[in-house]
Design a protein around this ligand. Structure first.
Ligand code: MRU
Length: 340
């Protein structure tokens, strides 16, 4: 995968404009944290880990923009608050911002250096997490296996190999033949991004509409479903892109294992179950229009961006520390072991 969703160099954050993919490959340079906040809201950048990394760099840009009008720490509080309010569901955003906030002191230049270093660390840590999740996923990807994935849990949503896609990249590198079905993922078609990035890497990928997934599970030998996630609750319930729940139900019905690639920064142990996780509702225009063309009647639209998959539908959570069961006992044990 050669396309990089996020790059930072010397006070300039460069984002690949994902709203234009796959037809246009356009990069936008940012030096203003407010513009970064809008980019997150408008999905120029998207995917839980990528949102966290971008917000961290947004904090750096905010610090660089400080003009001395109020106290630095007070100003930085407002920068972080603005970035925190961009999208409510992916916990990686708050996880990254909480870490960044701890670096802020009244000493402007040392703080800027510390913030830059931490944003870089968060970026680099995510690359390692991708790789480790990939290695743990490899055991599932035997020759001639078949997978379904949903949304874009790929390189474009993270720092490097993606979460649910990381095993695909590593298996392909090892010459293992396998096949991936990628749900289109209405209404924002993130599945098209998955198909785009996997096909660019030479992986055998087929696009299906979301409603085709159950038929694929019925008709084909599907080895497993592997999806990403935006937040995991203490009890192992998973919030991910809308359409994940019906996929999990269908996989369960056909006895196909359902895995969630879940980096530890995506766990939120402060929420007991998925029902306590805020679900973002987005603009109805995402459903009624494709680009500028209206495709729906003028009727009310319900457009939740995420759904909650209950833990009992999940075969395993593929973390960077190994595959665990989606329950409070195993999650608590993991975080005790890693000291989280
Ligand atoms: O609304 P998006 O595109 O930010 O949602 C992305 C997803 O739901 C992904 O599946 C999730 O973030 C996992 S990404 C590694």
């Amino acid at each position: 995968m050669t396309l990089k969703a996020i790059q930072y160099n010397d006070g300039v954050l460069t984002l690949l404009d994902q709203t234009k993919l796959p037809h246009d490959i356009t990069y936008i340079d940012y030096t203003d944290y407010e513009a970064v906040a809008i980019a997150i809201e408008d999905m120029v950048v998207r995917g839980a880990p990528a949102i966290g990394i971008t917000a961290a760099y947004g904090v750096v840009l905010g610090a660089l923009q400080y003009n001395g009008e109020t106290s630095f720490s007070h100003y930085m509080e407002s920068v972080i608050k603005r970035l925190a309010n961009t999208r409510p569901t992916a916990i990686n955003l708050l996880w990254a911002l909480n870490r960044m906030e701890k670096e802020v002191t009244e000493d402007v230049n040392p703080t800027i250096k510390a913030l830059e270093a931490l944003a870089e660390t968060i970026f680099e840590e995510d690359k390692k997490i991708n790789e480790q999740i990939g290695h743990h996923t490899l055991s599932l990807i035997q020759p001639n296996t078949t997978f379904i994935t949903h949304c874009n849990p790929g390189s474009l949503a993270t720092s490097m190999l993606g979460t649910a896609t990381a095993g695909f990249y590593l298996a392909h590198e090892q010459g293992i033949p396998f096949k991936v079905f990628s749900d289109e993922t209405r209404p924002r078609f993130q599945g098209a991004l998955t198909a785009f990035e996997l096909s660019q890497a030479g992986i055998d990928v087929t696009t299906i509409t979301d409603s085709t997934a159950a038929s694929v599970l019925q008709q084909q030998e599907v080895t497993a479903v592997i999806v990403g996630c935006d937040r995991v609750a203490l009890n192992g319930d998973v919030v991910n892109k809308i359409g994940t729940l019906p996929l999990a139900i269908a996989a369960n019905f056909y006895n196909v294992p359902f895995y969630v690639a879940a980096p530890t920064p995506t766990f939120d142990l402060t929420v007991r179950s998925g029902n306590d996780i805020p679900i973002e509702e987005r603009n109805t225009r995402e459903v009624t229009h494709i680009q500028e063309i209206q495709i729906a009647a003028d009727v009310p639209v319900y457009n939740p961006a995420f759904d909650i998959t209950p833990n009992h539908l999940i075969t395993g959570l593929i973390t960077e520390h190994g595959i665990i069961e989606a329950n409070e006992h195993d999650i608590t044990k993991l975080f005790e072991e890693i000291g989280g």
